[in-house]
Ligand binder design. Structure first.
Ligand SMILES: C[S@@+](CC[C@H](N)C(=O)[O-])C[C@H]1O[C@@H](n2cnc3c(N)ncnc32)[C@H](O)[C@@H]1O
Length: 268
């Protein structure tokens, strides 16, 4: 399959799930986002944002979904924020939430691999959070875009699920064994994409017969090498035993496995 076919299929699958997530989050979320104190960002990533001096800085969030993290960034003190996402429905919701929150983020519906030169050199920070990278079939192309978006001296900040997690089924997968939740079932070195059609409802935890989506197992080296190849300086890599995704919380208790990571890079 050409990478554009994966992207096209994923756009449809994400368009389908956005209203499902919205319903699952309910009125409570709509009420929460009205508060100027609202933030969806946990203490760990907020701490790293502070370390790189994010206050007042322009931020591009790649794969921003419904914009809740963009709005959060503005609430906690960033400069202007632009969120990019492939899903029409996610961007429509992001614009609506932006209004409800009284915020001023900009939202762009685009494949992040195709972001145009009008956005190049505009951002101090390229921000990527949980559940974004595994949808991207070409990380070399992606980090080239990231490099182009950044100003000289700008930072790349990634807060993601640890790739090791892709070896273990999560609770809604048929391979999940409650007796052995730590069991490694899938190869860390898997190269073929995951084609799934039971929906992407990680918010409500429901399954439904949906459009086929395609995601990719990426080893830590599959993420780091394209960053280095594109000339982004690796500043810091931290691995954590806490789950940033809410999908693998059942692995947190033992504190034995790497469940999330933060990577900081810099355009020199
Ligand atoms: C798991 S969500 C990100 C969630 C976000 N971290 C949050 O907590 O709100 C992944 C997002 O990536 C988007 N996405 C997937 N492939 C993309 C692509 N090629 N270009 C832009 N966005 C993409 C999807 O539409 C979806 O909104």
């Amino acid at each position: 399959m050409d990478y554009r076919d994966y992207i096209k299929a994923n756009r449809e699958a994400w368009n389908e799930v956005v209203p499902v997530h919205r319903k699952a989050r309910g009125e409570k979320f709509l009420k929460a986002i009205k508060s100027p104190e609202y933030t969806a960002l946990d203490g760990v990533i907020t701490g790293k944002l502070k370390e790189i001096g994010f206050e007042g800085k322009s931020v591009a969030q790649l794969c921003c979904n419904n914009g809740r993290e963009c709005i959060s960034l503005r609430n906690i003190g960033s400069g202007p924020v632009t969120g990019f996402d492939i899903s029409d429905a996610a961007i429509a919701e992001a614009r609506e939430l932006n209004k409800i929150a009284g915020s001023d983020c900009e939202f762009v519906r685009t494949d992040v691999l195709e972001i145009g030169p009008e956005y190049f050199g505009r951002f101090d920070i390229a921000f990527i959070t949980v559940g974004a990278l595994s949808w991207l079939p070409d990380l070399d192309k992606f980090f080239k875009v990231v490099l182009n978006l950044l100003k000289l001296g700008g930072h790349l900040l990634i807060y993601e699920m640890h790739p090791f997690l892709y070896t273990i089924p999560c609770k809604d997968e048929p391979d999940f064994d409650p007796e052995k939740p730590f069991k490694i079932v899938y190869s860390y070195f898997r190269s073929e994409p995951w084609a799934e059609n039971s929906g992407i409802d990680y918010v409500g935890g429901t399954t439904y017969k949906g459009k086929t989506s395609y995601s990719f197992t990426q080893k830590l080296s599959d993420i780091i090498n394209p960053i280095i190849r594109n000339g982004i300086t690796l500043v810091e890599l931290n691995e954590y035993p806490h789950d940033a995704s809410d999908i693998y919380a059942f692995l947190e208790k033992e504190q034995k496995l790497p469940l999330s990571f933060i990577l900081i890079g810099k355009k020199n």
